[in-house]
Design a protein around this ligand. Structure first.
Ligand code: ZN
Length: 177
């Protein structure tokens, strides 16, 4: 997976982080899943309702539902979830890993001095490259797509063979009364 943001989208995220500082900011990144590229189209900040917002984030439920519905009505996917670590590194905390409910989305963390994105699946954490550009970034496919491609070809080959086998079946015998 790769995450692609335009400079304006990154600025929108930074503005949301600055506005919430010293609390953690959080929000959604809506966009298009284009193969391995998570292509951002819109940044939707969500109020942080955590009891201790300086060290945790809990998205406001109503705002979260409204934002998800807005994405759906625009036929956009949830491509990322961002939050900030105002005093720390952009590395997922144990809580962040535990509460990563959307596999396949980029978990973008804005740290005190730098940003990073992560793929979090059932406790496995993998860094995701972030591309900041106006134009589509050139990405090199990761080896992870190969097994899927092989699987899809195998399924297509199986369906083809099945169709062929059915086509080659001898015609049913005539039933003589
Ligand atoms: Zn965190």
């Amino acid at each position: 997976m790769h995450l692609w943001l335009t400079p304006a989208q990154l600025s929108a995220i930074r503005a949301s982080v600055e506005q919430e500082n010293p609390n953690e900011a959080c929000g959604l990144i809506g966009g298009i899943i284009d193969g391995e590229l998570l292509r951002a189209s819109t940044i939707l900040p969500i109020p942080n309702r955590a009891v201790e917002p300086r060290i945790h984030f809990v998205m406001d439920e109503k705002s979260l539902v409204q934002s998800m519905m807005a994405l759906e009505s625009q036929r956009l996917s949830l491509v990322g979830i961002y939050h900030s670590h105002p005093d720390g590194e952009p590395i997922p905390s144990r809580e962040d890993i535990h509460r990563a409910y959307y596999p396949g989305t980029a978990y973008l963390i804005v740290g005190k001095t730098n940003i990073a994105a992560w793929d979090i699946r059932q406790g496995d954490v993998t860094p995701i490259p972030i591309h900041i550009s106006e134009g589509r970034p050139q990405i090199v496919s990761s080896p992870r797509v190969i097994p899927y491609a092989a699987l899809i070809s195998a399924v297509i080959a199986f369906i083809f063979m099945l169709t062929l086998a059915l086509a080659l079946l001898p015609p049913p015998p005539d039933i003589i009364p």
